[in-house]
Design a binder for this molecule. Structure first.
Ligand SMILES: Cc1cc2nc3c(=O)[nH]c(=O)nc-3n(C[C@H](O)[C@H](O)[C@H](O)COP(=O)(O)OP(=O)(O)OC[C@H]3O[C@@H](n4cnc5c(N)ncnc54)[C@H](O)[C@@H]3O)c2cc1C
Length: 309
């Protein structure tokens, strides 16, 4: 076994929320063989394990995780023609910039989404009308239960709004990501990237201590959809309404528990204003869900992954 398993590793610094306790065991893996080795180690010790990557969509409990945390890292990638073959640990934003410099792009609307490309595929990350599914050709995955390695084409990934086959079937770990890009002038890619980041900054969704949108945009009743469309003058997409709008409607924007707050600028972000704990976040999230359910009859569902062991 070549991997170095560490003990009692603080996890908060590895997340964008900056919340949570220690991992009982921790290891970084940068390729398929290491993923397998780490899982084998956990099996032999009868220890549960979780996969962590960029830590931008997770909430770690205050007591930490009594588990092996397997952190997917790495920035190796190759380009053949217009096809990118990337380690799932690659930072998505860095890839967009690096590939833009090499004249490949088309996916600049995803610029600024924090985290890894593997995490983005698992949650079908998206922004401004683009989603990673629009560019994904296939993934290589490893089944932690059976040891099977196989490739899934785009259709087999069953992508939907912030959803994929891998989200519903967490026994499959993504070990390689293949993205199809277009040829683009470097200056044009840079311009589009900068434009996207500027828009994200304007909307205050960049560089905050949060896990991104805490709740998914839910499908609401026709009455609520109508209320939204009339008020905002925009059409609902597939009967969904923004969770942030629902939170604002119920008067929960800005509400807080300890240092956790439903952001005043972007209410679907629960932000850590300093020393928020995971339990502050969970109590606040519960309060928000209750108000939205009781006042508007809509059930919010977490987008952020709440780890618990
Ligand atoms: C400020 C901010 C803004 C954000 N804006 C957006 C946005 O505009 N659009 C958007 O969609 N999201 C957004 N997010 C959420 C987040 O960036 C995305 O969900 C991101 O794709 C998560 O990737 P990650 O590497 O950080 O995953 P992590 O947070 O580390 O993990 C998330 C989940 O993915 C699983 N996972 C990670 N890697 C793998 C793998 N290789 N194989 C299998 N499972 C894996 C983990 O087990 C976990 O369940 C934002 C977050 C923040 C903090």
């Amino acid at each position: 076994m070549s991997l170095e398993i560490q003990k009692h590793v603080p996890l908060a610094p590895l997340t964008t929320f900056k919340i949570g306790g220690e991992a009982k065991y921790f290891v970084e893996v940068s390729n398929e063989r290491e993923v397998k080795e780490a899982i084998q180690w956990a099996r032999e010790k009868s220890t549960p394990f979780v996969i962590l990557a960029g830590g931008s969509n997770v909430l770690i409990p205050d007591k930490g995780l009594d588990a092996l945390v397997i952190r997917v890292v790495g920035d190796d990638h190759t380009i053949g023609g217009n096809l990118l073959d990337a380690n799932p640990g690659c930072n998505l934003f860095s890839l967009i910039r690096v590939l833009g410099e090499k004249g490949l792009g088309g996916w600049e609307k995803l610029a600024g989404i924090p985290g890894s490309i593997g995490g983005a595929v698992r949650g079908n990350a998206g922004a401004f009308g683009s989603e990673i599914k629009d560019f994904l050709e296939r993934v290589k995955v490893f089944n932690i239960k059976t040891g099977e390695i196989r490739e899934f084409g785009n259709a087999e990934c069953e992508f939907a709004y912030r959803d994929s086959f891998f989200k519903k079937n967490p026994e499959w770990v993504i070990v390689r990501v293949f993205i199809r890009l277009q040829s683009i002038e470097t200056s044009e890619s840079q311009r589009l990237t900068d434009e996207t980041v500027a828009e994200r900054e304007k909307r205050h969704i960049q560089n905050v201590r949060a896990a991104g949108s805490f709740f998914m945009n839910p499908v609401a009743s026709p009455e609520v959809v109508l209320m939204f469309e009339k008020e905002k003058g925009v059409k609902s997409r597939g009967g969904r309404v923004p969770a942030g709008w629902l939170i604002e409607k119920t008067g929960m924007k800005g509400s807080s528990v300890g240092d956790a707050q439903a952001s005043l600028r972007h209410p679907n972000y629960i932000v850590n204003n300093g020393n928020a704990t995971a339990s502050d976040v969970l109590v606040l999230a519960g309060n928000i869900k209750r108000e939205v359910r009781e006042q508007l009859g809509v059930e919010l569902q977490e987008e952020a992954v709440i780890f618990n062991f």
